[in-house]
Write a protein that binds this ligand. Structure first.
Ligand SMILES: Cc1ncc(COP(=O)(O)O)c(C=O)c1O
Length: 435
């Protein structure tokens, strides 16, 4: 069974294929109309992804009828779970009022006010349809406001499919001149901002790298960004598409560092498609259509009633400080349990993250930036991630193959214990491969 990592992986894949004939058939037929049978790259994993028949609370059922506890939480957009009755009622109410109304509706200004009241940096905001769109508009606004063209982004940073800064950039990235810097390197980035200030419109940063491996920013690093940006008239953008859920005021409130602009997405639409960007009044007021020099900002579905009603209800009726703290504590408990497994068995296993986000990595390194995730052993690390994913799926635990977890409000403490137990079982049964 564990003769080599390659043979263990092959065997686990064979088991997976045998267990999931309906997901396999769906994948195969999807390939005729979508490249690789896929319409969202992050949802693909080999040999084919499980396809879902339904979701309820924090549980999923696949086409073959297996049940899973959902630790992926739709990459953080599923915060409220798959079937929160309060959210469903808000959506039903919105549907009954009619859709595609083609004008301002009764929800959007209340949702905007609720968001403005929560996030310290947001004086005015606008809605859009995704986190990617929010980042594009925030960056373009910064470029228009400053008259400068470049941005500074961090190696491994993810701000959307056209703003992906791994290993210098992605083939479909927007053609925006970009200065690359190292995450959590306060001195290095301050120097870079000063050296490039003449061309830098904005610095964009995730207060916790999500796609980069659940790596939280150190407070000193964010303080250094704030200082250098203020000093050199560079607009500081916090991409809080993921991290905004870590406190009622997002990561910025937790660390007491206020950016000029903030971008949002994911759960804030209550599970519907969502994006928003906001910030300083002098910047955002340029979007006022009554101004002669107004910046245009379009988007047919920016204020769609489902996102607006579900998002508003989520903030008003569900997501208070107590609910957030409770969920963050569950994340802390899971992180601790996984780290204890690593220590108890003396293997290279580490859980990173903040609050309700957990990243699982096969490394002994202190992880402060993506480059710390074992640069020498990327191939082995990927195979171990694949193997653990297949083993945990076989045990009814669903999370992202790269080791990403975003807890959902309905996740129970018992489910956290079960997941940690499944990780320990993996470590025990695959120990020889981990060493
Ligand atoms: C930090 C961050 N920014 C931006 C995005 C893009 O958001 P969306 O997928 O809604 O376009 C994501 C999505 O995962 C994200 O994690």
């Amino acid at each position: 069974m564990n003769i080599s990592l390659e043979s263990a992986l092959e065997e686990a894949e064979t088991r997976y294929v045998a267990d999931n004939p309906k997901s396999a058939a769906r994948h195969s037929s999807a390939r005729s109309s979508m490249p690789g049978g896929n319409t969202r790259t992050v949802l693909h994993y080999s040999p084919f992804p499980l396809a879902w028949a339904r979701g309820e609370g924090a549980h999923l059922t696949d086409l073959d009828g297996h049940q899973y506890t959902d630790f992926l939480g739709e990459y953080s957009a599923g915060l409220y779970g798959h079937s929160n009755p309060v959210i469903l009622e808000a959506m039903r109410g919105a549907l009954e009022g009619g859709i595609v109304l083609g004008g301002p509706n009764q929800y959007e200004a209340d949702l905007a006010a609720a968001i403005r009241d929560r996030f310290p940096s947001i004086q005015l905001l606008r809605f859009c349809n995704s986190g990617t769109e929010a980042n594009v508009f925030a960056i373009q606004a910064a470029r228009a406001a400053t008259g400068k063209s470049a941005i500074l982004a961090f190696e491994g940073g993810y701000h959307g499919g056209v703003l992906y800064f791994r290993k210098g950039g992605a083939p479909l990235n927007l053609p925006i001149p970009t200065v690359s810097a190292t995450y959590n390197d306060a001195n290095g980035v301050e120097e870079k901002i000063r050296a490039h200030a003449h061309e830098l419109a904005a610095v964009i940063v995730e207060p916790m790298m999500g796609g980069g491996g659940c790596i939280p920013a150190e407070r000193d690093f964010l303080v250094a960004l704030r200082r250098a940006c203020t000093e050199r008239n560079v607009i500081l953008i916090f991409d809080e598409v993921m991290t905004s859920r870590l406190s009622t005021g997002g990561y910025q409130a937790m660390v007491g560092v206020t950016p000029d602009m903030t971008t949002l997405g994911k759960y804030l639409g209550g599970g519907m498609s969502f994006g928003a960007f906001g910030g300083r009044v002098d910047l955002m007021s340029r979007f006022d259509p009554d101004r002669a020099d107004a910046w245009p900002h379009a988007g047919t579905f920016n204020n769609n009633v489902l996102s607006m009603a579900a998002g508003l209800t989520g903030l008003k009726k569900i997501l208070n400080a107590a609910a957030i703290n409770k969920l963050n504590n569950k994340g802390e408990k899971l992180r601790q349990a996984i780290n204890e497994v690593g220590q108890r068995h003396d293997v290279a296993l580490k859980a990173t993250g903040a609050g309700s986000f957990v990243g699982i990595h096969f490394t002994r390194n202190d992880v402060k930036r993506p480059g710390d995730l074992d640069p020498a052993g990327a191939d082995k690390r990927t195979k171990l991630q694949n193997l653990m994913h297949l083993d945990l799926i076989a045990g009814g635990q669903y999370y992202a193959r790269r080791g990403f977890i975003a807890l959902m409000l309905p996740t129970t403490d018992a489910e956290i214990d079960t997941f940690a137990g499944a990780v320990e079982e993996f470590v025990t049964s695959r120990k020889s491969l981990l060493q």
